[in-house]
Design a protein. Structure first.
Length: 183
């Protein structure tokens, strides 16, 4: 059986906690956004095929590692004694820097799209950005102690996905499209 019925009243429990909390609380909102990000990245993993990032790094492996990091963050937000390592933040920064060497300097906003992987990467970026906002709300409400590396990781992750979307388009030979504005 995959259900207990205990949440039918709109409440849930967190790791190691007997107290029930609202499913609309800041913590459950953060956990939900992190779960959405992890799922979207799973879709990217399924779409990347044998795609390679700079220095021959497998996109599937790199994205799967990110999913694992997000599970660690979910555990931390839920109250478990799990934390993102500083090396995980460094991994994102280094890959972003390597991809940035391949793409042209940014001169304007970029309209998301290009191909399916790039477009879905932009969706992942926006979901991660929302997850970051939700985790910041948890920190501000002092509901759970979140390590500084966690906030750094989430901030870097949305930047990573922005650069990855541009990198995917560059590698596919797809020109970036700046927005047009109504006059």
């Amino acid at each position: 059986m995959y259900y207990t019925g205990k949440g039918d009243d709109g409440t849930t429990t967190l790791y190691g906690c007997d107290q029930r909390i609202s499913k609309s609380s800041a913590i459950t909102e953060a956990l939900g956004a992190l779960d959405e990000a992890t799922s979207m990245i799973g879709l990217l993993v399924s779409l990347t095929g044998d795609m390679r990032l700079p220095e021959g790094v497998s996109a599937k492996k790199f994205l799967s590692d990110i999913q694992s990091h997000l599970f660690t963050i979910q555990a931390e937000v839920a109250g478990a004694d799990k934390h993102i390592a500083d090396t995980s933040v460094n991994m994102l920064e280094k890959m972003e820097e390597k991809m940035a060497e391949v793409i042209p300097p940014i001169t304007s906003f970029v309209v998301p799209g290009g191909n399916e992987v790039s477009a879905r990467t932009d969706v992942a970026r926006t979901i991660v950005r929302r997850a970051e906002r939700r985790v910041v709300a948890v920190v501000e409400e002092e509901m759970v102690q979140i390590m500084p590396e966690t906030l750094r990781y989430l901030n870097r992750l949305s930047s990573f996905f922005f650069v990855l979307a541009r990198y995917v388009n560059e590698e596919a030979g797809i020109a970036e499209r700046p927005p047009t504005y109504d006059t």
